[in-house]
Design a protein around this ligand. Structure first.
Ligand code: SER
Length: 357
């Protein structure tokens, strides 16, 4: 386990004020962390943001945070140290090993994805006990919590609702579903031996589909073929897709994902009827993805070389998810189709990113 090292402080030499209110973001240096921290820093609320990641923070992240730390969510003493200095009103717990990485290292995935989540829940519970204020814990869950036994069952299931097909076939899916259940327990049932006690935490989860960013490419996920294909196209590189052309999964853009997290965080607790909500924007097959991207990057060459293990994971995930509960409870609405995602966000962003304006 890595040892925690503060990497940057905006006020060097001045120790953080004792138990200063702050927002904690774990996985701060990851794909979603980047965009989320920028959005939090730009919000009008003047939040103190503490960023935690295994890797030292980039300047861009450090500039948005009052403190960044390189450390591991498995490191309880690191979290205890943070809890002595900050009163976290919100925790965005993004740190996780994605699905392909988790299959390669299932025990480590369990420790990070579930053990890490328990550590963060404990931090939130202790904060509530010490301050009387219930912290929000915002959690990116995933379509991997779903599991269909066969391709035929996937086609028959169509667009799945939150309570359906909950038999995950990956370590990542098992971890995330268990984490959702822990969050639900600590929100609704913890301390039931002392009736009348309020919830210990306010846990809210979104089951994200594949997420596509114009700025970053994910690592270790199974939906990675979407963003990889697009970034290859933008760099005039050929792409070998690791799933069959007929593989269908839901996706969305990174700005939509971040907006969804912030909208769920802003929702009144009384309007929420679930612990975890589906969201999605478009659900193309890999062939449709290649065709729609290829229409905009005519030089793109996509080959299909399915990887048996990753194909099995994709075949076990639903072709689409039903996001009506999120729409009803907290006003979620997808901003993009695949075409508008490409034309209005991804391609302009990719041009800027790769300096091809
Ligand atoms: N993008 C994730 C993965 O592929 C699924 O939520 O692991």
């Amino acid at each position: 386990m890595l040892e925690a090292r503060p990497t940057e402080s905006k006020t060097p030499g001045r120790p953080a004020q004792k138990r200063q209110p702050a927002v904690l973001v774990t996985g701060a240096g990851g794909e979603m962390g980047h965009g989320l921290i920028r959005a939090l820093a730009e919000s009008s609320e003047q939040l103190s943001i503490v960023g935690l990641d295994l890797r030292p923070a980039t300047d861009e992240i450090a500039d948005c945070c009052s403190e960044t730390l390189a450390g591991d969510v498995r490191d309880q003493s690191l979290l205890d140290g943070l809890a002595r200095r900050y009163h976290f009103t919100q925790v965005y717990h993004l740190a996780a090993l994605l699905s392909t990485s988790a299959e390669q290292a299932p025990i480590q995935a369990f420790e990070v994805n579930l053990g890490g989540t328990m550590n963060l829940l404990r931090l939130a519970i202790e904060t509530r006990d010490q301050t009387g204020v219930t912290p929000q814990v915002l959690f990116p869950s995933t379509i991997a919590v779903y599991g269909v036994p066969t391709l035929e069952a996937k086609l028959a299931a169509g667009s799945v609702a939150e309570h359906e097909c909950l038999e995950p076939r990956t370590m990542y899916g098992c971890n995330k579903l268990s984490a959702e259940q822990l969050g639900r327990y600590f929100t609704l049932h913890h301390r039931q031996l002392q009736p009348g006690e309020p919830g210990s935490v306010d846990f809210r989860a979104i089951r994200f589909p594949g997420i596509i960013s114009a700025d970053t490419i994910p690592t270790g996920g199974t939906t990675d073929y979407g963003p990889q294909m697009l970034h290859a196209a933008a760099q005039d590189k050929p792409y070998q897709c690791f799933v069959r052309p007929d593989s269908r999964l839901p996706f969305m853009t990174m700005p939509e994902a971040i907006e969804a997290m912030l909208s769920l965080a802003a929702a009144e607790r009384s309007t929420l009827t679930r612990t975890a909500y589906n969201v999605r924007s478009f659900a193309p097959t890999a062939a449709e993805l290649a065709e729609t991207i290829g229409a905009r990057f005519p030089a793109l060459e996509v080959g299909f070389e399915p990887h048996p293990g990753r194909q099995m994971i994709v075949d076990g995930w639903p072709a689409d998810v039903d996001d009506r509960a999120a729409a009803k409870d907290w006003g979620w609405s997808a901003r993009h189709t695949l075409e508008t995602a490409l034309d209005e966000y991804l391609i302009p962003g990719l041009r800027r990113h790769y300096g091809r304006t």
